[in-house]
Design a protein around this ligand. Sequence first.
Ligand code: ZN
Ligand code: ZN
Length: 350
Amino acid sequence: MPQVKAYAAQSPDSGVAPFPIERRAPRPDDVLIEIEYCGVCHSDLHTAYNDWGITTYPIVPGHEIVGTVKAVGDAVTGFKPGDRVGVGCLVDSCRECGSCEHGLEQYCEQGWVGTYNGVDRHDGTPTYGGYSEQIVVSDRFVLRMPESLDLAAAAPLLCAGITTWSPLKHFGVGKGHRVGVVGMGGLGHMGVKFARALGAEVTVFTRSAAKVEEAKKQGAHHVIVSTDAAQMEAAAASFDFILDTVPVPHDLNPYVNVLKRDGTLIIVGLLGPVEPALHTFPVVLGRRRIAGSLIGGLPETQEMLDFCGEHGITCDIEMLDIKNINAAYERMQRSDVRYRFVIDMATLKD
Ligand code: ZN
Ligand code: ZN
């Protein structure tokens, strides 16, 4: 099997460092991709540091992968060498359950295979992510990247983008809706761009008055400083949807209160148990809904990419030399990046 250059973490405190890996020879349905850029997601550092207690080392992170097809297996008809392609969070699933049949592989009832920290369903080998020269992925899990988009800036669409796009589409966000976005990080700024492009009136909720101008620059029509009780009171019962992208436990009650009757609070930040507890009276009295959503399936990811191609939507990024990845993780923990680091994989070669 061919060896390729990669970066891996060996233990929770090792940091991420050069580590050659093997990529399988393409199977009949496989696409061999030369990786050009890879976005850096918060899941990468949580997995490298074993923050969730589920990491199998060595771990090669990276699931916002874009590049060029180098070779394809005999059975592949949808891709050919030279095509611009992407790979997101998933590289396989059972392909047979109800969720998979509906193209919702992220809810596969047998468990999907992650792009990293997963196990290949055929040979039991660990899956290694995008911090590497090449990746081999079954064609069902490969996306077409629109020619009109800057490839590096499009990489984070494959996780940050689809995570916010999927619930906005699923719940039918569009013209005439008032949408609030909580949190202005990698996910939040994409949520603002998508909600606006879908025709909604968009409000960003931020804890910091210093972020008001930045939120408007990203396309928000309005900004509410969530620590200002008067502003929150004035917003009561006025939103159709709130997209909550904050990845740490926080008080959800203020966001339930700003929902209209039948409004929906959508959680995409995987925040865990919340303190203070959620009051259910406002949920019942207003027939409001609390919903969750996880990344997206392959058909809806392609739909999002095509929409981005038509509307010129990409992520705001900072290019990164892979040799500085550990410093980048430290900056991400301080929210010191607007809004996504993207590794230039050419820096892996020197
Ligand atoms: Zn991610
Ligand atoms: Zn399935």
